[in-house]
Design a protein around this ligand. Structure first.
Ligand code: COA
Ligand code: ZN
Length: 328
């Protein structure tokens, strides 16, 4: 092995699970409340730093998450794990705060077309609403993160200029006082050099604000984008178990970067993710049964890199024949 294999050198990265929110919101089946609770508990035990448990949105908009209160009430809170919830408005914030959310994840889009499709408001209207939500969160002492959808491109508008994305980041950090920003690649339009540039620009301008990268693997660039972001200074990543997920209001959306694939890759490279991969895989193996179909993630099918296979049953005979040929 070359020295480069260990380039992570134990650097700590924060892995944040979004499968129970971004994942289940996209599923046509309603996963029973007790199964959602068991899944969150398994993810807590596996060592994820943060879990986006659910969303306090309109039950008409996202019926799969209509049991948000019951799920938040039922989960076991493991010390050190942040249990965050997506909220679109003040009503959602009040519900999430009452349910004991450890953080509110507010959402708006960097693209006007996607903001209107997803949240039925212009970006300015969303921002004004988020300011009210942030004030409610501050009064309750609950930290705020803002997720900016379509930060790497919009499926309806195309490229969203980096200056525009950073302009919204500035308003979110400096006007709303958000402690964290998530740059979301809602429909998998990001590519590694673009990711590196935006990550580096954000880090240079707001070194003390938590920055999360949220990638979807729609065009197979998910893990490549994670690696590009790490090299540019990022240390927090959203990912979803099995690689499920997708915004129902973004055309062409598909699954998030897969948690077990990201953890597997980062551990091989010497990064410290804090995640117990066997426990994570045990949870991933149960997921297909819960949602009723196969998942995109590859590790549950292929196994880990060094999960080896037996040699063929006639291996000894093959070797004998090969050695005999070599001798004769
Ligand atoms: N929790 C529960 N119910 C809510 C709610 C919330 N946070 N916000 C609104 N509602 C209800 C309203 O009471 C109303 O119900 P009613 O029809 O029974 O009276 C209904 O939802 C519509 O509310 P309205 O204020 O008119 O909003 P809208 O129709 O313009 O929808 C959102 C706006 C943002 C509430 C809605 O589109 C939504 O929740 N979207 C979620 C999108 C999402 O999660 N996308 C994926 C993640 S990015
Ligand atoms: Zn997403």
């Amino acid at each position: 092995m070359t020295g480069n294999v260990w380039r992570g050198a134990g650097r700590r990265l924060q892995l944040q699970e979004v499968g129970t929110r971004d994942g289940l919101q996209a599923e046509p089946v309603f996963v029973p409340t007790e199964e959602k609770i068991a899944l969150v508990d398994a993810l807590s035990d596996a060592g994820l730093a943060k879990i986006e448990v659910t969303a306090f949105v309109s039950p008409q908009a996202i019926p799969a998450l209509r049991d948000a209160e019951q799920v938040m009430r039922g989960i076991r809170r493991r010390p050190g794990v942040v249990y965050t919830c997506l909220v679109p408005n003040v009503r959602g914030a009040e519900r999430a705060i009452a349910a004991g959310a450890g953080e509110l994840n507010l959402v708006m889009s960097a693209s006007d077309s996607h903001n209107l499709s997803n949240l039925r408001m212009t970006r300015e209207q969303s921002f004004a609403g988020l300011a009210q939500v942030a004030a409610a969160a501050r009064a309750a002492g609950v930290p705020v993160n803002v997720s900016l959808s379509c930060s790497f491109g919009c499926p309806m508008e195309g490229d969203v200029p980096a200056t525009e994305v950073l302009g919204w980041c500035a308003r979110v950090v400096e006007e709303l006082g958000a402690g964290g920003v998530t740059l979301c690649d809602t429909t998998g339009m990001a590519f590694p050099t673009q990711v590196a540039d935006l990550t580096a620009a954000f880090r240079a301008r707001w070194p003390r604000t938590d920055l999360t990268l949220h990638f979807h693997n729609t065009r197979g660039l998910g893990v490549a984008n994670v690696l590009a972001a790490i090299d540019a200074g990022a240390d927090r990543f959203d990912a979803s178990l099995g690689g499920i997920g997708g915004c129902p209001y973004a055309p062409g959306a598909s699954g998030n970067v897969c948690t077990e694939e990201v953890v597997h890759a980062l551990q091989l490279m010497g990064y410290d993710t804090g995640v117990d991969l066997p426990q994570l895989l045990a949870a991933a193996h149960r997921l297909a049964g819960l949602i009723g179909h196969d998942v995109p993630g590859q590790i549950t099918k292929a196994g880990r890199r060094l999960d080896l296979h037996p040699r063929p049953a006639d291996f000894d005979a093959i070797r004998e024949r090969a050695l005999a040929r070599a001798a004769g």
